[in-house]
Design a protein around this ligand. Structure first.
Ligand code: AMP
Ligand code: GLY
Length: 429
C-alpha cells in the first residue's frame, strides 16, 4: 500500500512513523510534513487545505489510503472530497466532524441523548449572554462555537471576566465567524483526562488512555496551549471509568450520529472531567490529540494500518489492538514565547545524541532544513513553529520513561527552546 498522511505536526510524525512500520505499507507520503517527518516519509509540499492538489497527488502517486491528522481539513470536508474522488480516506465526514466544528451542535446532541456534560446555553446576542451569566454566577465558562485553534475557551472566575469573553467573541469578533455564536456553560471541577476511541460509524474501539498537560508552565500555570506533554497510560482512567465513558458517552454519541445520517468514522477524542458524579464530557475532538498521539503510538504493539482500514470500512468489530505494558511519555519542546509569540528561526543541534537511546524517539512538530537538503547532505535544522519537537520515551514505568525523556532533552542544544519539567509528575505521584 501507499499511504498519505495529511498534516505537519508531531501527531502526523507519530502517525507516519507507525504507518511506515506496517508490513502492509510500501511507502508513506506526508503533505506537507516537516524536517523530521522527512526521515519516515516522503514529504510533498502540498498544504492540508489544498483539496484539489491533495486529490491530484493521490492520483499521481496511486495512494491507497489517506489519513487526515488535523481538525480543520476534516471540518472543511476533506474526507468527503477524497471519497467522492474515489480515494479511500480515514477520518470523519464534514457532517460528522461537526462534533468538534460546532460546540453548540455537540452540546445539543448531548442534551438530546442524555450524555453527561456541563449545563449550557447558546447565544448570538451579547446582552442575552450577559443576563444568563448574571443569573448563573461565576465561575462560568465561555466558548466560541467554532474552531479557534485552542484559544476559544475562557474559564472565567468572575462575572466581569465572563462578560469580557462575551464581548471579545460577539462584539469584537476576535474569533471571526467561529465566535459569531458562543456557548456559555457550567464550570466543572475535577481531574481532566483525554479518552480516545476508534470508530467505524457503528462500532467503537477504545484506545489506550493518555493524559495531556494543557497549560504552558510547570504546575499547570500560565495560558492554555495545544498541549505541552502527554503520558500513557493515564491512571485516572480506570477500567470502571472507561466502561462508564463507553456506555454513557461514546456509544450513545455513535448511535445518535448514525441515526441522524452523520455516521462517525475516525478517532473520537473525548475531553473529560472526572467529577464526583462520574465522567462528564467537556468537548469532542474528531482526531487524535497532539501530543497524546505520540504517547499512544509509542505503546502500540499492533499494526495501526488494518485498524485504520477497518474504521473506514465499518469492520472495527473484527479488530483487536494490543498495547505494550510499558509506559510512554512525550515532552513537548516549544519555542520561547509560545503560545503567543514563538521565536522562529533558531538552530537546533544535538538531536542525534539525544536520540541515541533506543527507548527514545524524537518527533518533530515544527522544523525545517536550511538550506533545503540535497543529495549531498542535510542542511541545518531550524525551529519553525510554536511547538517544535516532542521528545518521546518508553520505560518499565512512567518514572523510567520520564527520566529517559529528560535525559534526551538535556542533550539538545537549542537556546530558543523550552519545555515543562514536570510532564508525568502527577501520574507518578
Ligand atoms: P476545550 O477546548 O473545550 O477542551 O476547553 C479547554 C480547557 O478549558 C479544557 O481542557 C478545560 O481545562 C477547560 N474547560 C472547558 N470546559 C470547562 C468546564 N465546563 N468546566 C471547567 N473547565 C472547563
Ligand atoms: N492535546 C490537545 C489536543 O490535541 O487538542
Amino acid at each position: 500500500m501507499k499511504v498519505l498522511v495529511v498534516g505537519a505536526g508531531g501527531r502526523e510524525h507519530a502517525l507516519c512513523w507507525a504507518i511506515a512500520a506496517s508490513p502492509l505499507v510500501d511507502k508513506v507520503y506526508c503533505a506537507p510534513g516537516n524536517a523530521g517527518i522527512a526521515e519516515d516519509a516522503e514529504c510533498v509540499a502540498v498544504r492540508a487545505d489544498d483539496t484539489a492538489a491533495l486529490i491530484a497527488l493521490c492520483r499521481r502517486e496511486s495512494i491507497d489510503l489517506v489519513v487526515v491528522g488535523p481538525e480543520a481539513p476534516l471540518v472543511a470536508g476533506l474526507v468527503d472530497a477524497l471519497e467522492a474522488a474515489g480515494i479511500a480516506a480515514f477520518g470523519p465526514s464534514a457532517a460528522a466532524a461537526a462534533l468538534e466544528g460546532s460546540k453548540g451542535f455537540m452540546k445539543d446532541l448531548c442534551a438530546r441523548e442524555g450524555i453527561p456534560t456541563a449545563a449550557y446555553a447558546r447565544f448570538t446576542d451579547a446582552a442575552a449572554a450577559k443576563s444568563y451569566i448574571a443569573a448563573q454566577g461565576a465561575p462560568i465558562v465561555v466558548k466560541a462555537d467554532g474552531l479557534a485553534a485552542g484559544k476559544g475557551v475562557v474559564v472565567a472566575m468572575t462575572i466581569a471576566e465572563a462578560e469580557r469573553a462575551v464581548d471579545a467573541a460577539l462584539g469584537d469578533g476576535r474569533f471571526g465567524a467561529a465566535g459569531a455564536e458562543i456557548v456559555v456553560e457550567e464550570f466543572l471541577a475535577g481531574e481532566e483526562a483525554s479518552f480516545f476511541a476508534l470508530c467505524d460509524g457503528t462500532h467503537a474501539l477504545p484506545l489506550a488512555t493518555a493524559q495531556d498537560h494543557k497549560r504552558v508552565g510547570d504546575g499547570d500555570t500560565g495560558p492554555n496551549t495545544g498541549g505541552m506533554g502527554a503520558y500513557s497510560p493515564a491512571p485516572g482512567v480506570t477500567p470502571e471509568v472507561e466502561a462508564a465513558v463507553m456506555d454513557r458517552i461514546i456509544r450513545p454519541t455513535l448511535r445518535a450520529m448514525a441515526r441522524d445520517g452523520r455516521p462517525f468514522k475516525g478517532v473520537l477524542y473525548a475531553g473529560l472531567m472526572l467529577t464526583g458524579s462520574g465522567p462528564k464530557l467537556l468537548e469532542y475532538n474528531v482526531r487524535f490529540g497532539d501530543p497524546e498521539c505520540q504517547a499512544l503510538m509509542l505503546r502500540l504493539k499492533s499494526d495501526l494500518v488494518p485498524a485504520l482500514l477497518a474504521a473506514r470500512d465499518g469492520l472495527l468489530d473484527r479488530v483487536d489492538l494490543r498495547w505494550y505494558d510499558e509506559a510512554s511519555l512525550c515532552v513537548v519542546m516549544a519555542a520561547k514565547g509560545y503560545p503567543d509569540n514563538p521565536v522562529r528561526g533558531g538552530e537546533i543541534r544535538g538531536l542525534d545524541a539525544a536520540a541515541a537511546d533506543p527507548d527514545v524517539k524524537i518527533f518533530h512538530a515544527g522544523t525545517r532544513r536550511e538550506p533545503a537538503p540535497t543529495e549531498a547532505g542535510g542542511g541545518r535544522l531550524i525551529a519553525d513553529g510554536g511547538r517544535v519537537l516532542g521528545i518521546g520515551a518508553t520505560g518499565a514505568d512512567l518514572a523510567v520513561a520520564r527520566a529517559r525523556a529528560y535525559a534526551a532533552i538535556d542533550r539538545i542544544d537549542w537556546p530558543d527552546g523550552f519545555c515543562r519539567r514536570d510532564i508525568g509528575k502527577r501520574g507518578i505521584d
